[in-house]
Design a binder for this molecule. Structure first.
Ligand code: HOZ
Length: 429
C-alpha cells in the first residue's frame, strides 16, 4: 500500500502541531506506523490522501452512526448554515433537541448543551459537587470522562497508551478529591465511600475507553444503592454509549435511573456538540437559575444542533435500526472469534448495540487490569496488518469499535476475511 502522501503530511504536521495530531491516540503511538491523513469519507469508507480506501470501524470515534456524509444530516447542516453559523443567542432548535433527549432518557428533566464531552462531564461534576455539598468523587480505573483536571486520573485509552495514568500539570490538590475504584467491583466502591466524603460517582456504564467493557447489572444496581445510602449523585457518562448502544443508551440494559447523564458524539451527528442533564432538583442549581457557573460561546451552535437533531430524529424513526446494527456488530465479532480460534489465537469479543470490542487474551475481561493484561503487542501487529488490507480499526487496544448503518453483510464478511489473512500473516508470515 502506497502511503507517501500521509508520511509527508505527518512530517509536515509535526512541524506545527504537537505530535502532528490534535488528539493523542490519532498518532498511532501504541500500534506503530503512520497515521493516515484523510481526504474524505463516504458511507462506510474513508479515503486517505494517497487514494487508499478503508472500511471504517472507527466512524470518527462513534458519532457517525449513519456513516460518513449522510445526506439528510448534511442537508440539515447546510440549511442551518444558510441561516447563520452562530448567534450566541437562543434558538428554537435547541429546545427541540433538548425535548427529544429528555423524552428518551429517564432521570433527565433538564438539559444544557455544550460543545464537547469533556465540557459535559466537567460541568456535571461541578454541579454534582454543589448539589451534594461534598468535594470527593469516585471514578473507575480505565473509564475516561474527558481531560478536565479532576477526571484525568486512571483514565483509560489515551492515558494508558502514553503511560501517564494521571497527567503532569494536574495539581495533587485537584486529583486528591478523585477516588479511583475498580470497575465491576462493588467492594472497591464501598471502600472509597468509607475513606472519603463522596458526593458523586461517575461511570461509563458501558465502558468504551478501556476497550469495550460493559458493567454488570448487579454492579450498577449496587452503585445506585450506595449513592442513595451516602447521599451521592450518580452520573452515567453516556458520551459514547448514548444513542449508540441503544436509542436509550445504557438504560435499556440496566433499568437503573441515574441522577445525571452526559451525552456527546451521536447527538452532534459528527459536529461538536455534547450535553449534560439531570433531575430538576440538581439542574436548577445551574446558572442563570442557580449559582453554579457554566457557559460557552458556541454552546448550542445552530449548525451542530441541526446535525444532531436530524441524527436523533432519524434514529427514532427507524425502529429496527439498533437490531440491524447489533446483528452486524455480532457478525463481525463472531467472525473475528472464529478466525482467531481456527489459528489457536485467544480472543475475547464483546458487542453492545452498534459498539464492539475485542481483546487478545484467553481470560474474561471485566476491568482495566484484565484489559491491560491482554496481548497489546499482538493487537498492534493485527492493527497494522488490517490497515494494510484496507480495514480501519481504532489504533489502540483500549478503544471501542463502531459499525454504521451503511455497512452491509458483504462488507462485514470482507473484514472477517481480512482478519483471517492478517492473523495468518502474523503467525506464518
Ligand atoms: N480517546 C478518544 C476517543 N475515545 C479519542 C478521540 C479522537 O482522537 O478523536
Amino acid at each position: 500500500m502506497e502511503i507517501l502522501h500521509s508520511v509527508n503530511d505527518f512530517n509536515e504536521a509535526k512541524q506545527v502541531i504537537v505530535g502532528g495530531v490534535n488528539s493523542p491516540v490519532r498518532a498511532f503511538g501504541s500500534v506503530g506506523g503512520t497515521p493516515r491523513f484523510i481526504a474524505r469519507g463516504e458511507g462506510s469508507y474513508l479515503y486517505d490522501v494517497d487514494g487508499n480506501k478503508y472500511l471504517d470501524f472507527v466512524q470518527s470515534w462513534g458519532p457517525l452512526i449513519f456513516g460518513h456524509g449522510d445526506l439528510e444530516i448534511k442537508q440539515a447542516s447546510i440549511e442551518a448554515i444558510h441561516n447563520g453559523m452562530s448567534f450566541g443567542a437562543p434558538t428554537e432548535l435547541e429546545t427541540t433537541l433538548a425535548k427529544e433527549i429528555i423524552s428518551l432518557y429517564d432521570g433527565v428533566e433538564k438539559i444544557r448543551l455544550v460543545s464537547s464531552g469533556t465540557e459535559a462531564t466537567m460541568s456535571a461534576i461541578r454541579l454534582a459537587r454543589a448539589y451534594s455539598g461534598k468535594d470527593d468523587i469516585i471514578k473507575f480505573d480505565g473509564c475516561y470522562h474527558g481531560h478536565s483536571d479532576s477526571l484525568l486520573v486512571s483514565a483509560g485509552s489515551g492515558c494508558a497508551t502514553f503511560g501517564s495514568p494521571s497527567s503532569p500539570g494536574v495539581p495533587m490538590d485537584f486529583s486528591k478529591h478523585t477516588l479511583v475504584a475498580r470497575y465491576n467491583d462493588l467492594d472497591s466502591v464501598r471502600a472509597c465511600f468509607e475513606s472519603g466524603d463522596v458526593g458523586c460517582v461517575i461511570i461509563e456504564p458501558i465502558a468504551g475507553n478501556m476497550g469495550l467493557i460493559p458493567a454488570r447489572k448487579e454492579f450498577i444496581f449496587g452503585l445506585r444503592e450506595l449513592c442513595d445510602q451516602y447521599g451521592a449523585v450518580l452520573i452515567f457518562d453516556e458520551v459514547m454509549s448514548g444513542f449508540r448502544a441503544s436509542l436509550r443508551g445504557a438504560q435499556v440494559f440496566y433499568e437503573v435511573i441515574p441522577d445525571m447523564v452526559t451525552f456527546g458524539k451521536v447527538i452532534g451527528g459528527g459536529m461538536p456538540l455534547a450535553a449534560f442533564g439531570g433531575n430538576d432538583e440538581i439542574m436548577k442549581l445551574l446558572s442563570p437559575v442557580g449559582s453554579v457557573y457554566q457557559a460557552g460561546t458556541l454552546s448550542g451552535n445552530p449548525v451542530a444542533v441541526s446535525a444532531g437533531l436530524m441524527s436523533v430524529c432519524k434514529l427514532k424513526a427507524d425502529s429496527g435500526l439498533y437490531e440491524r446494527l447489533e446483528s452486524k456488530a455480532k457478525r463481525l465479532m463472531q467472525g473475528f472469534a472464529q478466525e482467531a480460534q481456527k489459528r489457536g489465537v485467544a480472543l475475547q469479543t464483546c458487542v453492545r448495540g452498534s459498539m464492539f470490542g475485542y481483546f487478545f487474551t484467553a481470560n474474561e475481561v471485566c476491568n482495566f487490569d484484565d484489559a491491560r493484561a491482554s496481548d497489546t503487542t499482538l493487537f498492534a501487529k493485527f492493527h497494522q496488518q488490517m490497515l494494510e488490507r484496507g480495514i480501519y480499526l481504532a489504533p489502540s487496544a483500549f478503544e471501542a469499535g463502531f459499525v454504521c448503518s451503511t455497512m452491509t453483510d458483504e462488507e462485514i464478511d470482507w473484514a472477517i476475511c481480512k482478519c483471517g489473512e492478517s492473523l495468518e500473516e502474523i503467525i506464518y508470515g
